[in-house]
Design a protein around this ligand. Structure first.
Ligand code: BTN
Length: 229
């Protein structure tokens, strides 16, 4: 077990800290039985941070943590919404690039990796959150530190509070708010070499794409936003 920190005990989360780890998501996936529901592991640095589609996630003094949930929830909707709503409350006009990237000024600010653990039935969900504090030139990422004076712990605390607030909201309303903050709605996008208009997000969080030939539903995939409308 890593060192315990009480900063979010008041809202029912148990925080643990580590300086360097391979990946906070991997750690919780391998050790979820030893930790309670709503445990969080915060790392200063990861040596093998993971992103979606097996990509590498670099974090160097950025915000980097995973949350362990032992109950099923609409995390694919709630987590990007919570981060985006916290930022907007701080007057930082971030939005969601479907399904769960957080963008600011057309650049990636944060990424989310949600990994569910099953062994015949649902056991746990590991929600990994990486938020850039500094710009990342390698992949055109933007950093948060120039937009806020809040500490990383203050930001994490606010995100956890918003996750819990949103967990009490019905899925229909969550999807409406998610659509509102989604930066790709009504924009031209490329999916599998074809151009579509992103026209809706379904109640399951799937993206509906339309062009003159087809209307298709995308469950979880990579899309490219056109810079021009
Ligand atoms: C993505 O945009 O592809 C998702 C990035 C998720 C990165 C976070 S950092 C904390 C947690 N641990 C990991 O190895 N990945 C997630």
């Amino acid at each position: 077990m890593y060192s315990r920190d009480c900063f979010c005990d008041s809202i029912g989360y148990k925080a643990y800290r580590v300086d360097t780890i391979s990946s906070t998501n991997t750690y919780f996936k391998e050790n979820y039985e030893k930790y309670d529901d709503k445990s969080i592991l915060i790392a200063k640095n990861q040596t093998s941070g993971r992103g979606r589609f097996n990509r590498v996630w670099e974090s160097d003094d950025d915000i980097c943590f995973s949350i362990l949930y032992k109950k099923k929830n609409y995390n694919n909707i709630i987590i990007p919404l919570a981060i985006t709503m916290v930022l907007n409350k701080l007057n930082i006009s971030a939005g969601i690039k479907w399904p769960n990237d957080i963008y600011l000024n057309n650049k990636k600010l944060a990424g989310i990796l949600i990994e569910d653990i099953y062994s015949s039935k649902f056991c746990a969900s590991v929600v990994g959150i990486g938020i850039n504090m500094t710009d990342k030139k390698e992949f055109d990422g933007i950093g948060l530190s120039k937009y806020t004076n809040l500490s990383k712990d203050q930001l994490i605390f606010m995100i956890l509070e918003y996750i819990d607030k949103l967990s009490t909201v019905s899925i229909d309303i969550l999807i409406d708010i998610y659509r509102h903050y989604n930066i790709i709605m009504n924009r031209k996008i490329t999916y599998k070499n074809n151009t579509y208009l992103a026209c809706d997000v379904t109640k399951d969080g799937y993206l509906v794409l339309r062009n003159s030939k087809d209307t298709i539903t995308v469950t979880s995939d990579e899309i490219t936003i056109h810079s021009q409308f």
